[in-house]
Design a protein around this ligand. Structure first.
Ligand code: ATP
Ligand code: MG
Length: 271
């Protein structure tokens, strides 16, 4: 188990850190929608020129996507010199059967709105198009089958999610498909015990990354919206607008309290 960056990068002699991002396609703004693509219209041809590419994969329910997800992806991209990060919203989450998850189309669209200003980010509906339960191993297998060998897969996960890796379907197989980036998350300690558990789940190549602590969660955003409280600055303005426009998380009843006064400011300052 490697704890720091190692020679994997130089193995293929490529210079990482943005070079391949320019090859992702001219429009980062989601103009194209799926339409026969495997991963995403922009990312399907990644690595086709033979150059080494590191693709970060950020899986999650994203109900809704928030600044914690985005900051983690950005800091992982920077620290591990990933050329791109693809957000992969779950179809039917295996571990979230206890509550009604928002329809996938909404979660997908919010992800698209959230990443559109970052040319290194994209979104894939690969798990949503697949019927049945969502399993990370299936997604990684699909990606591995699609991309040539020169595309390395790096799976990004927060401390809470990585701790449950022992419960993942075919967790040992995941070790052979992707390098794992385990990112710190407030409230979830990456203890030696957790690290041992991960090691016992399979021969993982894990990189531990201390990210800027953002104690934000989708659960908190959902509850804030339901209670008429502001979610400004907790997610991208466009995502917040989308939530109110579509009345997600009980936003319809909360509209009077939070949305109306935020709307004007949202126009003035679309961070
Ligand atoms: P919920 O509260 O509904 O569980 P969440 O905020 O945990 O939502 P998920 O979609 O469950 O978001 O998480 C997707 C991935 O992002 C997981 O790997 C999770 O660990 C990570 N993650 C989410 N929020 C943060 C955060 N604030 N800091 C670090 N990692 C995070
Ligand atoms: Mg979660």
């Amino acid at each position: 188990m490697a704890l720091a960056e190692e020679s994997g990068r130089s193995r293929r002699g490529a210079a990482h850190g943005g070079r391949a991002v320019g090859q992702l396609g001219a429009s980062p703004f989601g103009a194209q929608r799926s339409g026969g693509s495997v991963i995403s219209p922009r990312l399907d041809s990644l690595g086709s020129d033979g150059a080494a590419v590191r693709l970060g994969i950020m899986g999650g329910t994203f109900d809704p996507i928030h600044i914690g997800h985005l900051a983690v992806a950005e800091q992982a991209r920077e620290a591990m010199q990933l050329d791109a990060v693809v957000f992969v919203p779950t179809g039917e989450p295996v571990f979230k059967k206890d509550r009604d998850v928002t329809p996938a189309e909404h979660r997908l669209e919010m992800c698209r709105l959230a990443v559109e200003s970052n040319p290194a980010f994209d979104v894939s509906d690969i798990e949503i198009r697949r019927k049945g339960n969502t399993y990370t191993v299936e997604t990684l297998r699909q990606m591995r089958a699609h991309y040539p060998e020169n595309v390395e897969l790096w799976f990004i996960t927060g401390a809470d999610a990585v701790a449950s890796i022992v419960k993942w379907r075919e967790s040992a197989a995941i070790a052979g498909l992707a390098t794992l980036i385990a990112v710190t998350r407030p409230g979830f300690a990456l203890t030696e015990q957790v690290k041992d558990d991960i090691a016992s789940a399979g021969p993982f190549d894990v990189r531990y990354l201390e990210a800027t602590a953002l104690s934000v969660s989708s659960s908190d955003l959902r509850s804030r919206v339901a209670n008429g409280l502001s979610i400004r600055y907790l997610t991208m303005a466009r995502v917040r607008d989308y939530i109110y426009e579509h009345g997600l998380y009980g936003a319809a009843s909360a509209r009077g309290k939070a949305a109306c006064c935020d709307a004007e400011a949202s126009e003035l300052n679309r961070y």
